[in-house]
Design a protein around this ligand. Structure first.
Ligand code: TXA
Ligand code: MG
Length: 317
């Protein structure tokens, strides 16, 4: 049965070739030694994750990035500007990383996480750590150690508790393996920030059988159907005209709405606070006694784009 582990215990688990829940600033990951194929197979199994969906490899330094990937000048600039942080860069891979991690692709997704506990685990184990988000495939990502234990506690030995994640949504993924940088997943690093370093950047958020397969159109399933609204008044009108408004949950932001099953992502209308609260809100409303969840989408800037992207996937059946 999974329990809370110390950093030393987690490092020992990893060195034995077993899997463990680890905190990062974005979401909790399910970590394994990226060079140990048996451990990687365990990660796919625990998450019920299809083998065509490659894993992100976490490393502590830019030097370690160079040990597992070919680093272009432009990619190096990106790491220097934004790492450690909520950014994953796809690069041509070196043979240090087994094909199982990258699902046979000749690229590897690399990230230098900013969480002090994760960095300590990386430094003291000396490992490259492959870690997908620590949730069963298709469900909301965990942003606390308890979420990991709730979802995977019966099949992993434990999780290191690094507190609630400060970013709360997964990293932004940028493909730098060819000449034209492409954003494959919107995430904790805003596009506007990336553009300051990369200039124009194309976004290729794939849906089915994609180059970033975690980007399937249906994902982050809270178990209750979502209805999305661009406009707060439209949401309130729909709520009022429903025959049983108490049977509807609402996920919104801004001024407080007095309503039974409701979750305010950010009263201050902050895109980063909303991102930080997103999965918690989806989880709470997913457990509430409601038949539907009405959602007020965020404005399309900063992390609002990444939040809306996840809400759209959560709304898809
Ligand atoms: O914030 C994060 O990125 C978290 C924390 C734990 O670091 N991890 C995470 O991993 O979100 P996961 O497995 O849930 O999502 C990884 C995404 C998937 O969509 C996968 O397809 C994509 O990264 N990916 C991995 N390797 C890739 C590659 N070589 N080329 C393109 N996409 C890749
Ligand atoms: Mg995931």
């Amino acid at each position: 049965m999974g329990k809370v582990l110390s950093v030393t215990e987690a490092v020992n688990v990893l060195l034995k070739g077993q899997i463990v829940g680890l905190p990062t600033e974005t979401v909790y990951g399910l970590g394994a030694d990226a060079t140990n194929e048996a451990a990687i197979a365990e990660v796919f199994k625990a998450k019920n994750r299809p083998s065509f969906d490659p894993l992100i490899v976490h490393v502590p330094t830019l030097d370690a990035v160079k040990e597992i990937a070919e680093l272009s000048e432009a990619a190096e600039q990106l790491f220097l500007a934004f790492s450690p942080g909520p950014l994953t860069v796809v690069l041509p891979k070196k043979n240090t990383i087994p094909d199982l991690v990258t699902s046979g692709h000749n690229t590897v997704a690399v990230r230098i996480p900013a969480h002090p506990v994760m960095l300590e685990v990386l430094q003291s184990s000396g490992l490259y750590i492959a870690a997908p988000s620590a949730n069963p495939f298709g469900f909301a990502s965990p942003t606390t150690a308890q979420h990991v234990l709730d979802q995977l506690g019966s099949i992993i030995s434990g999780v290191v508790d690094g507190g609630p994640c400060s970013v709360g949504i997964e990293s932004t993924i940028v493909d730098m393996s060819s000449d034209a940088p492409k954003v494959l997943r919107l995430g904790g690093m805003a596009l506007e920030q990336l553009e300051r370093v990369l200039g124009g950047i194309t976004t290729e958020l794939s849906s089915s059988n994609p180059s970033a397969p975690g980007m399937l159109t249906s994902h982050y399933n809270p178990g209750t159907p979502l209805e999305l609204f661009d406009d707060r008044d439209a949401l309130l009108t729909a709520l009022k005209s429903n025959s049983n408004p108490n049977g509807i949950g609402i996920l919104y932001w801004g001024e407080t709405i007095a309503h039974g099953s409701s979750f305010n992502l950010s009263e201050l209308k902050s895109d980063s606070e909303a991102a930080c609260n997103l999965f918690k809100g989806l989880r709470l409303l997913g457990r509430a006694p409601v038949t539907n969840i009405y959602v007020h989408l965020l404005p399309e800037y900063g992390l609002g784009r990444a939040v809306n992207d996840r809400l759209q996937r959560a709304a898809n059946k």
